[in-house]
Every structure is written in C-alpha cells, then in structure tokens.
Design a protein around this ligand. Structure first.
Ligand code: FES
Length: 126
C-alpha cells in the first residue's frame, strides 16, 4: 500500500479525521468468542501509544481503550462476563465492548475505536 498526499491509498474506514494504526495480530493470538486480549500499540505507558483491549462478541472483534473511564483502572482481559462484557477489576464495573456503555454503574462510556480485521492485520482507527 502506498500513501498519496490525499491520504492512504486504500483506507477501510469512511472519510474523516482519524489515524489508522495497523496492528498485526496473528490469528492464533486474537481473542476467541467470549474472550478479550490486551493488545497495546506502541508504548502506552510512556505516552507513546494506545493500550487496547480486543474483545470478540457475536463473532466480531471490538477495540476498547484499556483505561477505565471511572477512575483509570485497567480493564481486565480474559473471559468476558456472560461472554459479552468487559470488567474493570478495580470497582467491578462492566462495559459493553461494542459501544463502551457501562452495564452496572453510572459512569462515562469506555472509549471504543473503530476496528476491522483485514487479512493478517487488525486495523484500528484512533
Ligand atoms: S476504575 Fe474501573 S471500575 Fe473503578
């Protein structure tokens, strides 16, 4: 793929302001149905990247920021609650990875990113 001055030669996402990060995630390392897996891009702890959780619900992979919107805890990877909800272990808030909406508490939404699987890459719009 070759970039042009107008942007990437082929972008999978609708036009708009975003940066597409290509995260190579081998199929064997992608979350299976009802599971999530941490997938940091760059060095998020050094403020040079994004810490993302990939979660598979209803056959689709969703990308969610690993930082909990409640008080900055780290959302847990592994099995999803009821096969579909992420959990922040700090105060046990649950979030829908499709929308980021909190399920069991009054809280802001978790940040979600547009995400697509393309060949061997998971493409995430930041
Ligand atoms: S910091 Fe995540 S639930 Fe409180």
């Amino acid at each position: 793929m070759q970039d042009s001055p107008a942007g990437p030669a082929s972008c999978l996402f609708p036009p708009g302001p975003c940066v597409i990060l290509h995260r190579h995630v081998r199929p064997s390392l992608r979350p299976v149905q009802g599971q999530s897996r941490r997938s940091p891009i760059g060095a998020p702890l050094a403020n040079a990247g994004v810490d993302i959780i990939l979660a598979r619900v209803d056959g689709q992979i969703h990308a969610v920021d690993n930082r909990c919107p409640h008080a900055g805890g780290f959302i847990q990877d592994g099995p999803l609650l009821e096969g579909k909800y992420l959990t922040c272990p700090l105060h046990q808030y649950h979030f829908d990875p499709k929308t980021g909406a909190p399920i069991n508490a009054a809280c802001r939404k978790a940040r979600v990113y547009k995400c697509r699987v393309e060949g061997s890459d998971v493409e995430i719009a930041i």
